[in-house]
Ligand binder design. Sequence first.
Ligand code: GDP
Length: 422
Amino acid sequence: MLTAVVGINWGDEGKGRMVDLFSAQHDVVIRYQGGNNAGHTVVNDRGKFVLNLLPSGIAREGVVNVMGPGMVIDLEHLSHEAAALREKGVSITPDDLKISDRATICMPYHRMMDVLEEDRLGDKKFGSTRRGIGPVYADKYTKKTLRMGDLLYPEELPEKVAALVEWKNITVKGYGHEPVDAGEMLRWLETWAYPWRDFVCDTGEYLSGMADRGHDLLFEAQLGALRDIDFGIYPYTSSSSTLAAYAPIGAGIPSRRLDKVIGIMKAYSSCVGEGPFVCEFFGAEADRLREAGAEYGAATGRPRRVGGFDVVASRYGVKMQGATELALTKLDVLSGWEQIPVCTAYELDGKIIRNFPAETLLARAKPVYETREGFGGDISSCRRFEDLPEAARNYVLWLEEAVNCPIRWVSVGPGREEYFTR
Ligand code: GDP
């Protein structure tokens, strides 16, 4: 069985926590896009882990984790992330982690370019995490990057690195910055990249073999549908495809079909960075929701923008992901609101619209709010749908109908056991 777990919204839906849960029934967990520009938080019996690059199955014994060819990998960051996990007793060896020979290496100068460009943009910045993800994907498509497989042929690296750096310095000069030094980049590779050489393999071959032998594969997306490079809120998107349809490609098995797409959808909205966010709350209402939901970026610590559940955006997310079922997260965060504001449509130039528009129109859209009956009390101990207060049950049923997809899991807290199925 091939299952993808993907974000329905702007990211930060709680995918990491759900993948950790689902990983118990899977043999392999695969990250297929993105880099260390977002974070997944997993809380389990070994503690709390923030994973930026490693697949969320890493904290579970017996699960093999794969970083696919669709990823961009900063090996310095990966080394620190792995060290923090190993300190907590997590095993990270070539047996439980495999890195695609076709994955792209994110170099220190990609990070530098990200910072230079965001600073140049000033007030008009995109809200990049400044970790080099946009620049390294740009170089990938310009065909000017190193891939993990290059590490296996170190004798060829001085020439390759010199050529890349020579080209990169044309742009660096334009920013008035001192040029990148090829020797320094080679030393960086020796320090941070060489230790990962034993993990490099053809992940497509590995995954095809596992699928053929009937193993269950779980594809883990980073960010959400609204951050997809093609279908998201461009240019406030990520630089990769966050959609389930990309999972087989980004994992290295493009000819395989997914059997299931589980969309992770949050009970309200949150968004990191800039760009139109129609359902946004402001002032005291926003502070209340942000504090209750601990809405601060896992990768950057930035306060997230928050808002009511957005039916227009979420229905679009469900459609673009091709979600076959949903996991609803953070329902507990809404406890205590007498009335829950929800955005059910947008008003655009005096007309009511229910389809999610492209960015130029989106920037002019205004939210149409309704309220749903709120609920109170601590619902984090509920382990059956029937245990929820009636208004909470009605909210779940209403969401399910609003986005037209069954909600099979409801998460009522960050802990591994704080959820139920229905
Ligand atoms: P991801 O990138 O989609 O994995 O999301 P993040 O990890 O950035 O954000 C999700 C945050 O919400 C993490 O801190 C989780 O531990 C937490 N979380 C996940 N599910 C729930 C839930 O149902 N209730 C509460 N209160 N927190 C949750």
